[in-house]
Design a protein around this ligand. Structure first.
Ligand code: SAH
Length: 393
């Protein structure tokens, strides 16, 4: 047995964990005063009140999610070798399922590494340690990444506000190498990113498969990319032979980045339109504009449970406005990245919005993030991204 401290759950709290749920909440734990003094992120042995051995968990007395499963084995040593085996498994999985070297390499609990997110930009890795455990193990994590992959740089993007729930500070740092710029290559588009800069990178890997799906329809098409951000969907369509692409976003910096990428790729068919998406779509419909493909990939409209009703209503309104702009026989892609908009509810408001806009059609695909963003089977709510591709009559 290891010398990891033994922590027990309160009576009657073990049922979910016995059936595979990977977290114990602080109110479920029999908190002794000495546990509260423990440094955050250390491994512990967790047992039910009945003495049932639940395994080795990462413990953080300062977090609502107080214990996260590391290993079913209560005697597991959580050392550099353990970390390397988990990282190696995540790398091997991506090598099997993903083309190229631009993808999410580690997706936290689903890859058996609680709160650790790693994105791969070719020979640069970007690490987010979103739990005290992952933060504490960062040296071992970086060493394992360098052993498993030919990396020239490793960047820590520890500036996600979720770190505050774990009592961690926010910081960005270059942990290895000298240059944190990279060029994402996706479907014939090259997109330069500065992985250290204050902004997020601008290129979201979670929509990769959906961009492939939309771009496959884009040859010869007129495309409207609404909530375009830097234009990832629209640029992919341009590379796939679109006749004309319009990017719509309210953010000037996002459209500036888009213009730089348009120039760098030599695209002549892409233009940008800055404004509120709902207003731009209403004006376009009023002017009788029609597109072969309309993409709507908005920010989360339902950021919390209390915004759920208003958020869902906004998705429905968006689908109706966008639907009016699609030529008969054309395609509509709609997405939601809200944790608080479940797929069934999202699908229902999209259907309702299209009905109100007097558009009929058919759902060709219901999708989420790609397989490089796997989901822990007991945490299905972590599958935040949902999307539909429709053809309209
Ligand atoms: N489709 C993009 C990601 C979109 S993120 C991609 O594949 O990379 C959502 C975008 O919506 C952000 O760029 C934000 O600036 C923009 N946005 C938010 N509210 C908006 C509004 N009311 N009108 C137009 N754009 C908006």
């Amino acid at each position: 047995m290891t010398d990891h401290p033994l922590i027990r759950l309160n009576p009657g709290q073990e049922r979910r964990l016995k059936s595979g749920y990977p977290w114990a909440f602080s109110n479920e734990i029999h908190m002794q005063p000495e546990f509260r003094q423990m440094a955050a992120g250390l491994p512990v042995r967790l047992e039910g009140d009945d003495g049932w051995r639940l395994g080795t968990f990462a413990f953080n007395p300062h977090s609502l999610i107080a214990a996260r499963q590391l290993d079913r084995d209560p005697a597991a040593e959580i050392d550099a070798g353990w970390v390397r085996r988990r990282i190696a498994a995540a790398v091997a999985l991506r090598a099997r399922i993903m083309e190229g070297t631009f993808h999410r390499l580690v997706h936290a609990e689903a890859d058996g590494l609680p709160g650790l997110v790693v994105d791969r930009y070719g020979d640069v890795a970007v690490v987010q340690a979103n739990t005290a455990w992952a933060d504490r193990m960062s040296p071992e994590i970086v060493a394992a990444l360098l052993e498993e992959l030919p990396l020239r740089a490793v960047v820590a993007r520890n500036d996600s506000p979720v770190r505050e729930h774990e009592g961690l500070s926010l910081e960005v740092a270059l942990l290895h190498g000298t240059d944190a710029t990279a060029v994402v290559e996706e479907g014939g588009v090259r997109f330069g990113v500065d992985l250290l800069s204050g902004q997020k990178t601008g290129w979201y890997f979670d929509q990769r498969g959906n961009r492939d799906r939309v771009a496959a329809l884009a040859n010869g098409a007129r495309v409207l990319d609404v909530f375009s951000h830097v234009g990832a969907f629209g640029l992919r369509c341009a590379a796939a032979g679109a006749l004309a692409v319009t990017l719509v976003d309210s953010s000037a910096p996002a459209l500036e980045q888009a213009l730089a990428a348009i120039a760098a790729n030599g695209f002549s068919v892409v233009q940008t339109r800055r404004g509120d998406a709902f207003e731009v779509m209403a004006e376009a419909a009023h002017a009788g504009e029609q597109y072969d493909i309309v993409v709507c990939d908005p920010p989360a409209f339902a950021k919390s449970k209390k915004d759920q009703v208003a958020g869902l209503r906004a998705y429905g309104r968006m689908a109706g406005l966008a639907g009016r702009l699609v030529v008969p026989g054309g395609f509509l892609f709609v997405a939601s990245c809200s944790h608080h908009a479940p797929l069934e509810a999202f699908a229902a408001v999209v259907a309702d919005g299209l009905w109100r806009a007097r558009r009929s059609g058919r759902i060709l695909a219901t999708t989420g993030a790609g397989p490089d963003h796997p989901v822990h089977p007991h945490l299905p709510e972590s599958a935040y991204l949902k999307a539909q591709l429709l053809q309209l009559d």
